[in-house]
Write a protein that binds this ligand. Sequence first.
Ligand code: NAD
Ligand code: SER
Length: 312
Amino acid sequence: MKKVLVIGSNGQIGTELVLKLREMFGTENIIASDIKQDCPELLKNGPYVQLDIMDRPAVREYIIDNQVTEVYLLAALLSATAEKNPDFAWKLNMEGLFTILDLAKEKHLKKVFWPSSIAVFGPTTPKQNTPQYTVMEPSTVYGISKQAGERWCEYYAQNFDVDVRSIRYPGLISYKSLPGGGTTDYAVDIFYKAKQNNKFTSFLSENTRLPMMFMDDAIRGTIELMETSKENVKIRSSYNLSGCDFTPKELAESIQKFQPDFKIDYEFDFRQKIADSWPDSICDEHALNDWGWKAEFDLYKMTKVMLENVPA
Ligand code: NAD
Ligand code: SER
């Protein structure tokens, strides 16, 4: 019997993940949880519990008492916010992971999903079609925490037979919930500004290319990885996953296909340095070969769906 706890459910990924998991596995089997007291409107159709991932005893008690079988651990500080609060970011991004990996080691959990990021790569990584195995020297607090997390996931898998699965998400683009402090957030905000004012000021420069993915692809990929049989999961650090890649200028041109008068200008800030340290595009052949991953949304399709759904 599957009983899933999604920790950090109120965020950009958690909201859509909970909705999809409930649709697939039954509302009552998918528990949303977040540090926030109140359950968001969209998630009120099922169980919700307030939990602080930093409160190790409370998280342990809840998971053991409620016989949770799987955890999706999404609570973290993202790249831009983490640079402003490095100590706390390191603590939050690492301590929660150990709490959950230890529960899996003790066999209280059957499976764990923990997301990594393209931020594990750094300025010395090959930028185009970045391979799964390559130089990794992340230069952000967030990237360092994700790389360390990957190493620990692999360690727990190899030494304690923990079934932990992970994806290095690119920047995620969605309309059901807002992003929470990342460097790729511009690629969501641009759609709101396009609908509201028909113009946008980008905090990244016009030719900054980054790997991106529409949320439907990310959720499908996550669940496909979690549902594939254990022997297919050959990588226990984290899988490269590719959706599409584009620059702010190309994204603006894609929006102009639907709104020809849309205007963009550029005023870059501290996030430019973070973006400059990340790959342009990602090679995801291992995800394709091991568990059959294939993205469905390109830039045009994603732009169309975003413009149709973001409120004016
Ligand atoms: P988000 O910031 O939108 O959501 C995080 C959620 O965690 C929030 O609802 C927040 O309230 C909750 N939270 C924060 N501290 C908590 C705590 N102590 N206990 C419980 N909950 C807490 O983030 P997201 O975009 O949904 O990302 C989820 C995960 O995916 C993160 O690990 C992030 O690093 C990773 N990721 C996201 C992206 C992206 O583009 N969104 C890309 C790569 C990786
Ligand atoms: N979208 C995330 C960020 O910008 C990448 O992990 O922080």
